[in-house]
Structure formats: structure tokens, C-alpha cells
Ligand binder design. Sequence first.
Ligand SMILES: *Cc1c(COP(=O)(O)O)cnc(C)c1O
Length: 387
Amino acid sequence: MTARPFLPYGRQTIEDDDVQAVADALRGDFLTTGPTVAAFEAAVAEKVGAAHAVAASNGTATLHMAMMALGVGEGDVCITPSVTFLATANCARYVGAEVVFADVDPDSGLMTPESLAEALKRAGGRRVRAVLPVHLRGDVADLPALKALADEAGAVLVEDAPHALGSTAVFGDQTTTVGDCRWSAMASFSFHPVKTIATGEGGMLTTNNADLAAKLRTLRSHGMTRPAGAEPWVYEMAEPGFNYRLPDINCALGLSQLAKLDRFAERRRALTARYETLLPSLAPIVRLASSPTHSRSVLHLLTALIDFSAAGVSRAQVVARLAEQGIGSQVHYIPVHTQPYYRQRYGNLDLPGAHAWYDRCLTLPLFPGMADEDVERVVEALKVALA
Ligand SMILES: *Cc1c(COP(=O)(O)O)cnc(C)c1O
């Protein structure tokens, strides 16, 4: 019997035409700050239905720039769900703002209107400037309800959407595509290799606000502007920015990948449906995380919620037994409020939904290059691992 290849929990899909697109960019006149950047930005804006898109070197950089463009700073508060990647919270700290961690629904991992309302109470009288919902796994948060609460508090929504490129949602009679910013000031994407499309490292902000887009472009490149009518060598800096530019090489890959988004999304949906058929055989020990009814999700992460104590095995044992059978798994995420840095800053918070999510969650393989049979293989391996 030949050993079957290891199945990671996520993996990029790079095809010959992607390789060709990068090779063409390498032979072109611009390795960075060239026309492919604007072309990739325009393609993303069109795909998600936003007026503007601004590329950046990674998703974390987009979040940092978003905070700066909004003028968030010391004395301000940002609210993020605790179940997310570190960067969602850290971007507030980069600009000196404080983080109030919202709890999440224990079965979807999402910040809800109820958990946001509770977090707003904990913010006390402080000035809440931004609320950062995360479309965890590709499930769309309840944007209209979150926006209504943010409005009341005088804050804006910034969607942290790296998991949700391609997801849509239906709110009443309105269908929204994640990134169209119908309820938010900006939406942030990442093109890290495990995300839905890959550029190596890379990120993008979308917005419908031309002033914000212009600020983001300035911040992305050292805060430099060229005054109208000035000599060609003249640049001015009103505020220090960064080098957060995304090279043309990466944008060429992004353009090529974006053209495949619909196919990737369809494949993710088909594999998710297969998991939905097969995983119930492991109930009630194993359940799938639940998607809100308004969400038409393209899942980035396939999350099983496992009752490890009822199974009589630890998560570490299950992860190790899956690995022995050639199956990768991961945990998304350790609640950010429990990180030493945030614990030291804000003390031990009791966020029962986040803890209940964390105690049970395990991410199983899901990526477009998987075969249908790979899902059977994962479910069988999980059965063995839990036995
Ligand atoms: C990937 C990710 C980021 C950061 O993106 P990078 O491109 O890795 O910097 C931020 N938030 C969430 C929820 C992510 O999944």
C-alpha cells in the first residue's frame, strides 16, 4: 500500500497559469508600484461590489492602516470578538487604543448583537471608535444589527473579513457580498496561502468612501503625497506612513487567483456539503459549527465542535492520532483575551461563549484541491481518533 499524502487543514491551489502570471510579472517593467497593483485592486473592488480597494502587504497591515485612516488613537476603545486571530485586536494597540473583547456565540464563534451590546456596556463611558466584527470561518456576522448598535455608540464598523472572500448574506430583502461595505466603513482581506485566494503575503481593504481610500493609499507609502502642480521630484509628508505596499509580482498572482474564486468557492461548498452528510455519523460527540441562517457562507475553515470529555480523549490526543493517520488539524482560535499580553493588561475576563467555543473546536481539512474521497478519509480518521 502506498502512503497517502498528508492532508493539511488548508492549502493554496496554484496552477500553471498562476505560475505563468507571476513569470510574466517578473519579466515586466514593474516589480512593484506598477499597473498590476491598480488592476488587482480594481478586480477585487468589482468582485465584491465596493467603490474602492486598496492593496497592502498583508492583512495585518490593512487593519493597522484602517485604524490610522479613521484617526483611532489613545483614549479610544475598539471592540473585537475574542475568538479571532491576534491581529484583529492588535491593530487597536498599534495606534494606542484599548481593546474591549466581545464574547461570541458558542456554536458559531461569531460576535452577536447581544455580545456586542454587552461589550459596549463594559466599555463604560469611554469613546468607542471602531467595532471589528470577524466573519469567522466565512460565516457572515449580523452586519445590520451590529451596525445599528455601533451607530448608537458613535462607532463605525470595520469588517475583518479574511475568511469570507466570496461569502454573501441575505438580510431582509437585501443580499450583500462580504466586502461591499454596505454596513461598514471598510472591510479587510488577507491573501495568506491558507485563505481563499493566495498571493503569498498580501491584503486588501475595500471601502465606498473616497476620502478613506485616498488616506489609505497615502499611509501605505510613507504618508507621501505629491502636491498638484509641484515640480516632479517634490513630495510632502503630513503624517508618517509605512511601506505597506504589495508588489506587482504578488498582485499578478492575485489577479490570476481571483479569476478562480467562483470555482474555488464552489469546490469549498461541495466539500462542506460532504462533511455535512458524513459527520453526523459521529454525533453527538462531534457536531459541525453552526452558520447563521442569513449567511450564504463560503467556508474558509471546516470546524468540528467536539465533546472531548464525553469521548474520553483530550484534544491533544485527537490531534496526534489524526496526524498519525496523515490528517492535519488546527485550532481557530485561542481566545485572544487569554493571551499573556492582554491578560496582563485587562485581567482575566469571563467570556463563557469564547471558552465554550475554544474547548470544543477543531479545524479539519478543507481546501479546493481536496478530492471528495478525502472527506471520507478525514471522517474515518476522526472516528478512529475518538475511539
Ligand atoms: C489571516 C487573518 C488576519 C491577518 O492576515 P495576515 O495577512 O496574515 O496579516 C487577520 N484576521 C484574521 C481573522 C485572519 O484570519
